[in-house]
Structure formats: C-alpha cells, structure tokens
Design a protein around this ligand. Structure first.
Ligand SMILES: [Zn+2]
Length: 191
C-alpha cells in the first residue's frame, strides 16, 4: 500500500515459462539468454514477455506479446487546452497513430513493444523526428515544411492550437486515458 490516492495498476507475475541460450544475431556467439515470463500487465492484460540479453556483446531486447488481444479499436481524442498535454497515451507496437493537424502518422513500432507517454511526450517524439529529417534533407521545401510544423507544435504546447489524436490498434489494447466523455472508443468489426 502506498499513500497515493489514485492507485496505479500494477504488473503481476503469473508464471515463469522458460529460459534458454541461443545464438546471438549480432555477435554470432552462443551467448544469447532468452527468458520468457507471463505477466498480468496493466492495460495489456495477460502478456508474454520475452527478454533477450547477450552476455557477450550486450545486445538487449524485450518483446511483449499480449495473450488476450481485443477486437480492433479506434480511439480518438481532441486536445483543446494546455492541461490536455498531460493526458496519458498507451500504445502497443501494433497501433498506428494519426495526428491530422500535423499531417503526421506514427507507424507501428518495431523497437518499442509498448509505450506509455503523454501528449507532450508524443509531440517531443515528433519534434525529434523533424530534427532528424532536417539533418538528412537540406532542400528548402523540407526546411519550410519543418519550420511550419514546429510552429504548430509550439502553439499546441501553449494550448493555442488544437490537436486530434487518433489511434488505430488491430489488437485493441492501446488507449488514451482522458476523462470520460472526452475520448471516443470504437470497436471495428472485421479488418
Ligand atoms: Zn551478442
């Protein structure tokens, strides 16, 4: 028990599956330790966690495989005031995020199996991506486009520009934790 009034859901260990040694895809040594554990994860529910750790070269990777997927779900939220920057976003690696005001699409992640961020954190990721594009491309057109987008992001962060966040998750486990009434969650039949 802690003193917090809003109790965060906790990760609960369920069962230990197995542990074995494989050949590392990077250093080719038989030194890749693979461990499989089943957890009851907040929001993701029952999840198989596969962690890979190479004792030789230091390669590390964690994958999460939700064992109780839901139906495909679209979640939409419109940020209209500055406080909305702190609304939490939970996104699985299978989900696509659309930000129409910025013309941005964040494709399903290959690296992060699952991440929790807030609107501000999401905007920072986009700013970082824009910076990387600025370094790689030097055309005036892209420079103009990047400057324009950065101005819009600045306005959003000041609460002077709206931002719509739409998440499309084929396994339906992503979510936007905004107060009820402000988020639309729609299950989509079929695919
Ligand atoms: Zn290795």
């Amino acid at each position: 028990m802690n003193g917090n009034k809003t109790e965060e859901p906790k990760t609960v260990y369920i069962e230990y599956e197995s542990s074995y040694i494989e050949i590392c895809p990077y250093c080719r040594e038989k030194s890749l330790e693979i461990r499989e554990v089943v957890h009851q994860q907040p929001y993701l529910r029952k999840t198989l966690i596969i962690s890979k750790n190479c004792k030789k070269c230091g390669f590390k990777k964690t994958e999460m495989l939700p064992l109780n997927p839901r139906k495909r779900r679209i979640i939409a939220f419109k940020m209209i005031k500055k406080e909305d920057l702190y609304v939490k976003i939970l996104r699985t690696s299978t989900a696509t995020i659309f930000l129409p005001e910025l013309g941005a699409v964040i494709d399903p992640g290959i690296d992060a199996p699952y991440f929790i961020t807030n609107v501000e954190g999401l905007l920072s990721r986009i700013e970082d991506a824009l910076e990387r594009i600025r370094v790689l491309e030097i055309s005036q057109e892209s420079e103009y486009e990047i400057t324009k987008l950065k101005k819009i992001i600045k306005k959003i962060k000041e609460g002077k520009h709206s931002l719509t966040i739409i998440i499309d998750d084929p396994i339906g486990l992503s979510d936007i934790l905004a107060p009820s009434g402000k988020v639309i969650r729609e299950y989509v039949e079929g695919y």
